[in-house]
Write a protein that binds this ligand. Structure first.
Ligand SMILES: NC(=O)c1ccc[n+]([C@@H]2O[C@H](COP(=O)([O-])OP(=O)(O)OC[C@H]3O[C@@H](n4cnc5c(N)ncnc54)[C@H](O)[C@@H]3O)[C@@H](O)[C@H]2O)c1
Length: 253
């Protein structure tokens, strides 16, 4: 679809890949709603892109319904949803006689997987009575998985399971929404420079960058955002997960 003039929601839009995507979509002419639990940063991004901020916890039905209502009121109904909200944890399945705490596993599944589904089920339900565009297209949903969905490392059981779930639901959700004219794709990023990567020391960053076959560097949010924009623009992209990773295949640790 042509992004210019459309309303776009970016979850996790206060930081990192979501922030980059909010900027890219605004540059392409979208009116952007930044959804996040981080109020100050989210507001700053929304102001920078001339959009609105909605405080939203993607894991909560009430919170997402409220954010959809605020977005509709301020900007109109969204045709674009980019799910970037997410987080990680590093815990082994069992270590020194202690099992992986179940609540930590559940927390990651809840934010990354259930949060993504929660937003897409409610946002797509909002999209179905929009006027169809060219080819009958009504909307597009872009999810964020990770290469950890395919080659998760030691300590990534919860994170990989959450991201594998996003990859797994991409095709069935695209099929569910096909007769409504709503497309669904997922981006599986490699290693990107964002606050999620933490304040890793320079030598660790350098060694991560060196592990990428080509280009030997960490990704930056604008490169993720460029792909999100292309998915929104290219009507033939649907039901697919695209790795964006410089050909990296993560080692066990
Ligand atoms: N940075 C990477 O290398 C990388 C690689 C692969 C996948 N990813 C994925 O990309 C997405 C974005 O990550 P990032 O690197 O930009 O991280 P980030 O920490 O910079 O941004 C994530 C944002 O999500 C928000 N968030 C967390 N829980 C939320 C909730 N319950 N409701 C609403 N917002 C919530 C945070 O407040 C934050 O602003 C995540 O899903 C992450 O798993 C990142």
């Amino acid at each position: 679809m042509q992004i210019d003039g459309q309303v776009a929601i970016v979850t996790g839009g206060a930081s990192g890949l979501g922030e980059g995507t909010a900027k890219e979509l605004a540059d392409a002419g979208a009116r952007v709603a930044v959804w996040d639990i981080q109020e100050d940063k989210g507001m700053a991004v929304a102001n920078a892109v001339g959009g609105v901020f909605c405080k939203c916890d993607v894991t909560s039905e009430d919170s997402v319904i409220a954010a959809l209502g605020e977005t509709r009121e301020a900007l109109g109904k969204a045709r674009i949803l980019v799910n970037c909200a997410g987080t990680g944890v590093a815990v082994k399945t069992t270590s020194r006689g202690v099992a992986h705490p179940l609540d930590q596993f559940e927390r990651i599944i809840k934010i990354n997987l259930i949060g993504t589904f929660n937003c897409l089920r409610l946002a797509s339900t909002d999209m179905v009575d929009l006027e169809p565009l060219e080819h009958g297209e009504r909307g597009v949903i872009i999810n964020t998985a990770s290469v950890a969905a395919f080659d998760g490392q030691v300590g990534q059981a919860a994170y990989s399971a959450s991201k594998g779930g996003i990859v797994g639901m991409t095709l069935p959700v695209a099929r569910d929404l096909a007769d409504k004219g709503v497309r669904v794709c997922t981006i599986a990023p490699g290693i990107f420079e964002t606050p999620l990567l933490g304040t890793l020391p320079d030598d660790v960053r350098a060694s991560l960058a060196a592990s990428v076959p080509f280009p030997k560097k960490l990704g930056i949010p604008s490169e993720f955002a460029q792909l999100a924009r292309q998915i929104a623009e290219n009507v033939m992209l649907n039901g697919e997960t695209i790795r964006l990773d410089g050909a990296i295949r993560m080692a066990p640790r």
